[in-house]
Design a protein around this ligand. Structure first.
Ligand SMILES: [Zn+2]
Length: 188
């Protein structure tokens, strides 16, 4: 049996559970199906599409201890082991952590100022900012979202999960601008 991505009520990824566990949540009406496979589960009493992504009906508070620590390992995982300047994917030992604004220039060790860089890019950049070095980041570095620690490794498993794990849901006003709805990007 496969696994199912569980989203919080806000669409934030929370966990990965077995299909059996997901079905229990669905039958207890604690969750709803967001995406399902073509396959079906049949029992004497019901037929269900095998879920891929479910969403909790009620919001679950995220414990602080589950935030992702900032380490070489987690930075490389966040960046998919890809140099954020040239897109190269060498072996892990040939990847470095680069301070976008160098520490010598007051750059902080923070999720938004550290990226994965291959050795040649890191050497080329040196103690300069990307602008000074004439280099561009593939994307601005972000703090990974909750549960990224658990999910980063497993996210490869299902292409369908990726958009929920890596894209920030946005809030958008509807109607008379008093109500908001949550919009997921790339939901075509
Ligand atoms: Zn590079």
């Amino acid at each position: 049996m496969g696994h199912v991505l569980v989203l919080n009520a806000t669409f934030e990824p929370l966990n990965i559970v077995t299909v059996q566990r997901a079905i229990v949540l669905l039958l207890k009406e604690k969750a709803e199906v967001i995406e399902a496979t073509e396959a079906q589960i049949r029992s004497q009493y019901l037929t269900l599409d095998v879920p891929l992504v479910i969403r909790l009906v009620y919001y679950v508070r995220v414990p602080r201890r589950l935030f992702l620590p900032l380490t070489r390992r987690t930075i490389l995982a966040r960046d998919h082991y890809t140099c954020q300047y040239c897109g190269a994917q060498p072996v892990k030992s040939r990847l470095t952590v680069d301070h976008v604004v160098p520490r010598s220039r007051g750059g902080e060790t923070d999720w938004k100022n550290v990226v994965t860089a291959c050795v040649p890019c890191n050497q080329r950049k040196g103690q300069r900012t990307p602008q000074e070095a004439g280099m561009r980041l593939l994307a601005p570095p972000q703090r990974p979202r909750y549960a990224a620690l658990v999910l980063l490794g497993k996210a490869q498993a299902h292409e369908t999960w990726r958009k929920y794990i890596y894209n920030e849901p946005k809030e958008e006003f509807i109607g008379d601008r008093t109500k908001k709805r949550i919009v997921l990007p790339n939901m075509a």
